[in-house]
Write a protein that binds this ligand. Structure first.
Ligand code: BV8
Ligand code: ZN
Length: 259
């Protein structure tokens, strides 16, 4: 075990209250493409082309094609050892809240898997950017389980709201759209109350999510950054652990160090 890992494990052991902020990097080992990494989602499309209300108004078929493709891809993925280690931490003795930018639902699945027949709610994530497996009506705002196979062959074939016949959209937060106020304030509240923030697999470029760890710092708390490479938050970190989250998180968080 490296000196860095030993120091980080001590910080986790001594923490009174923990907040975790995750990004696409934690789901990479599950097969979900990241946004900026190799083969990243933003590589072939500029985010504003697809993840904005303007793009949806201009060309809903293409936007639905993209989200339908991502839904199919995510449906074939499963939580990895990183998701499960965080879920076990949150189900343990130290009060821990997982805040995620991911819309893939893998933290939620890890919470149920790790909890088994016990109560999973302590490990259920605060999803600040929504969830891809839900639909939301762009007219009345009604939320419904996501339409699995979206027929994008014509404008009229796109999914409609059963209540008001408005156009359905994925229940995710697009660029230029405000995050849900109560979800955002919960994310910043748990960050302020925490004395340790674990930042896992995020390039920390998208606001306001990237400022969540700063709320912990401003209250005198500490940061541990887990990423394949240095990120804009590495400079603020007490410890930076460089490597795959699926390998580092079990070593960092599991009570029994791996033999
Ligand atoms: C808003 C859902 C205003 C959709 C997403 C201030 C300054 C500058 C700009 C702004 C600002 N404030 C607002 C903005 C604009 C904008 C913004 O931040 N733009 C950026 C690009 C500059 N923010 C917004 O528009 C937000 N809304 O501000 O509204 C407003 C306010 C009031 C009233 C009206 C309006 C909304 C932002 C949310 C957008 N939606 N997702 C969808 O998914 O389709 S953002 C999306 O991109 C993700 O959710 C995530 O947040 C982001 C991607 O970042 P990461 O997850 O970090 O992924 P990335 O690929 O970049 O990095 C992966 C990392 O993992 C890397 O570091 C890599 O090294 C590492 N890694 C890879 N593999 C592994 C690994 N690490 C460990 N192990 C591995 N195996
Ligand atoms: Zn509706």
């Amino acid at each position: 075990m490296t000196e860095e890992m030993a120091r980080a494990r001590r910080l986790v052991g001594e923490a009174g209250r923990i907040v975790v902020l995750t990004g696409a990097g934690i789901s990479a080992e599950s097969g979900v493409p990241t946004f900026r990494g190799a083969g990243g989602l933003w590589k072939s499309h500029r985010s504003e082309e697809l993840a904005t209300p303007e793009a949806f108004a201009r060309d809903p078929q293409t936007v639905w094609e993209w989200y339908s493709w991502r839904r199919g891809l995510i449906a074939d993925c499963a939580p990895n050892r990183g998701h499960l280690a965080l879920a076990r931490l949150a189900l343990g003795d130290t009060p821990t809240t997982i805040v995620t930018q991911n819309v893939d639902g893998l933290h939620t699945r890890a919470a149920h898997e790790a909890a088994g027949s016990a109560e999973p709610s302590p490990a259920l994530p605060v999803e600040v950017h929504g969830a891809i497996d839900r639909d939301k009506c762009s007219a009345c705002g009604a939320r419904t389980p996501g339409t699995t196979s979206v027929d994008t062959s014509s404008h009229d074939s796109l999914p409609r709201c059963a209540a008001c016949d408005g156009m359905l959209r994925p229940d995710v937060v697009w660029f230029g759209e405000a995050l849900e106020p109560e979800i955002l304030s919960r994310a910043f509240q748990v960050a302020q109350d925490a004395d340790l923030c674990l930042v896992v697999g995020t390039s920390a470029l998208v606001q306001p999510a990237a400022s969540v760890p700063l709320a912990t710092l401003q209250e005198g708390g500490l940061l541990i950054v887990v990423d394949l490479e240095r990120t804009p938050l590495s400079g603020e970190a007490e410890v930076s652990l460089l490597g795959p989250a699926g390998e580092l998180l079990p070593e960092l968080l599991d009570v029994e160090p791996p033999t």
